[in-house]
Every structure is written in structure tokens, then in C-alpha cells.
Design a protein around this ligand. Structure first.
Ligand code: GDP
Length: 321
């Protein structure tokens, strides 16, 4: 059993145990995890949740190390979670690896957790979302959710954080930056990393380029996305990144948009889960399993319409209950 008081007092062992429970796929663990989450829910929501993405090599781990250390100096407790792009080939975790953030991982006020190795219901992103709540209950003030800009993972991360940040390289076109359609609209900030040495000027040019590009986008929120430069390696301008995010946090709290955004994200998750649960029930239903091959064949051969076949299967699900 998880000691909730130990978890709430921020004991890393209790937190790690709780996360293991949340990540378990066993049904009984799933149920225990949900009761635990419900129990700690009132103690959650007090952090700022920051998503960080960017192509491999842009400097994510170097940035998180520098940014995390800066936050620790400000007296914050920092949790770093990772959402790996779900790939059966990649298998294990490529992010959130402690060796990538050596100093941070040695600090007692930082907690680093790699991606769960695979997601079941709701995917890896659900586990990360639940882990985030546990970290908040354990008193972490800043949650950094890291992902690589591959597949759907950035969209998933953007949908679970308050502030979404894309790290970029100086002097590279949109294509090289791996910028996908829609990501610019999601970003609350673009941070051009490696603004040091000979890249200083390029970084400034790139900053201006994106500043202009962002101005052309229509913004739906009160917040105008910012473009900053920094050097994670040389520890330059890291404080400006935090300054920007804390400005956002103060304003978004004051005008209610933070609360609204989180409520919307929670509703969207509920909806997504509902669909996944329905899908799973359908696939696990023995009658559906039995009838499916025949219905597939009949649809293929034009003996029945896809609509009628789908309805037949759905009725089996509800009749069975
Ligand atoms: P990730 O794959 O996005 O996590 O990138 P890493 O943090 O592993 O960094 C990739 C490479 O870029 C490493 O060799 C870093 O030392 C280097 N790097 C990261 N940040 C900076 C920076 O601000 N300036 C310079 N010059 N190099 C950097």
C-alpha cells in the first residue's frame, strides 16, 4: 500500500512507489492507482506544468539540466518527466535518462522519471499525466515534461501542460527544425538554444525570423507567444526563460485562463479515455470477436453495408451488459 502522508510530505521513495503503481497494467493495480489519485487530487494543481520539445540534438537535456539547476537555486522543487514517442521499435526510453542530466539527478530537490516503457489504456501520455499529479501531490513546484518532436508526442504533451515550449537551433530552416504543421500554433514560446560563440548572430536572425512568423498567426489566448534565445551550455539567458514563464503563470492565474485551460484539458482527457474504454470493451467482447471475421467478409464482399455491420457489433456490446 502507498503511504499517502509520506507521499504528500515529498518522500521520493513513496513517490516512486506510487508512480510504479500508476504505471502498472494489472487491473487491481489500476484500481488501486485510481483510488490513490482520487485521494491526492485535492493536493494537486499547485505546480506550473511546462512542456519542452525539440529535435534530437537541439539541446533538450542540456537545457533541462541548466534550467532545472537554476530553478533549484530559486528554491523550487523540480520534477522532470518524459514522454517518448511511442514506437515499438525504440522499445525502451530515450528520454528522461538520468545520465543526460547528471547534476540535476543528484539533487534531492529534483525528481527525474523516464517514460513508462509502454502505454496501455490512454497510452504513455496518460501515465505521464497521472505521474504529474503524483509529483504535484508530493510538492514539486515545477513539472517539466520533455518529449522529442516525433509522431504525436508533442501534441500529447501540449495537451497536458500549462506552457508549451519548443527549443530550436540557430540558423536552420523550418524543415531542419522539424517543425510540423500545427506546432507553431501550440507553442507559447520558441527558445533558440545554442546562442553562443559564432552562432550568436545566427540565433538573433532566427529569433527575428520566428518573431515575425508568429506575429502572422492568430492567437486565441491572452498570451502572445515569445521568442527568446539562450545558451544552455554556457548558462546564458536561462533566467529570462523562467522570467517569461513566471509572467505567464501570474497573468494566466489572475485572468482565470490557467484554470480554464486545465479544466478543458481534463474534459478532453475524459472524452479520449471514454472512447478508448469503449473500443477496448468492444474488442474484448467474446461475441464481437466471434462475429467480426464473418462481418468483415460480408462487408468486403458487399453482402452488407458497413453501417449495418458496425451497428450489429455495437448492439452486441450493449446487449451483453
Ligand atoms: P537533446 O538530444 O535535445 O537532448 O540534446 P543534448 O542536450 O544532448 O545536446 C546535444 C549537443 O548539443 C551536445 O553535444 C551538447 O553539448 C550541445 N549543446 C546543448 N546546448 C548547447 C548550447 O547552448 N550551446 C552549444 N554550443 N552547444 C550545446
Amino acid at each position: 500500500m502507498i503511504d499517502i502522508d509520506a507521499l504528500k510530505s515529498g518522500q521520493p521513495r513513496a513517490l516512486a512507489k506510487a508512480i510504479t503503481l500508476v504505471e502498472s497494467k494489472r487491473l487491481e493495480h489500476r484500481q488501486q492507482a485510481q483510488s490513490l489519485l482520487e485521494a491526492v487530487l485535492p493536493a494537486t494543481g499547485n505546480s506550473i506544468r511546462i512542456g519542452i520539445t525539440g529535435i534530437p540534438g537541439v539541446g533538450k537535456s542540456t537545457f533541462i539540466e541548466a534550467f532545472g539547476m537554476y530553478l533549484l537555486e530559486q528554491g523550487k522543487r523540480v520534477a522532470v518527466l518524459a514522454v517518448d514517442p511511442s514506437s515499438p521499435i525504440a522499445g525502451g526510453s530515450i528520454l528522461g535518462d538520468k545520465t543526460r542530466m547528471e547534476m540535476l539527478s543528484r539533487s534531492p530537490d529534483a525528481f527525474i522519471r523516464p517514460s513508462p516503457s509502454e502505454g496501455s489504456l490512454g497510452g504513455v501520455a496518460l501515465k505521464t499525466r497521472e505521474t504529474m499529479l503524483l509529483c504535484e501531490a508530493a510538492g514539486y513546484d515545477v513539472i517539466l515534461v520533455e518529449t522529442v518532436g516525433v509522431g504525436q508526442s508533442e501534441y500529447e504533451v501540449a495537451s497536458m501542460v500549462d506552457f508549451f515550449m519548443v527549443l530550436m537551433l540557430p540558423n536552420a530552416g523550418d524543415e531542419l527544425q522539424g517543425i510540423k504543421k500545427g506546432i507553431m500554433e501550440l507553442a507559447d514560446a520558441l527558445v533558440i538554444n545554442k546562442a553562443d560563440g559564432e552562432s550568436m548572430n545566427y540565433a538573433e536572425q532566427t529569433r527575428r525570423h520566428y518573431q515575425n512568423a508568429l506575429h502572422l498567426l492568430r492567437h486565441t489566448s491572452f498570451w502572445t507567444p515569445q521568442v527568446l534565445t539562450c545558451s544552455a551550455l554556457k548558462n546564458q539567458n536561462i533566467s529570462a526563460v523562467w522570467g517569461m514563464i513566471s509572467d505567464f503563470q501570474i497573468d494566466a492565474t489572475k485572468n482565470g485562463s490557467l484554470k480554464e485551460k486545465r479544466a478543458r484539458q481534463a474534459r478532453e482527457w475524459m472524452n479520449k479515455l471514454l472512447h478508448e474504454m469503449l473500443d477496448r470493451k468492444l474488442k474484448e467482447n467474446p461475441q464481437v470477436k466471434r462475429l467480426l471475421p464473418d462481418l468483415n467478409r460480408r462487408v468486403t464482399q458487399g453482402e452488407t453495408t458497413p453501417y449495418v455491420a458496425a451497428e450489429t457489433l455495437l448492439n452486441l456490446l450493449f446487449d451483453a451488459d
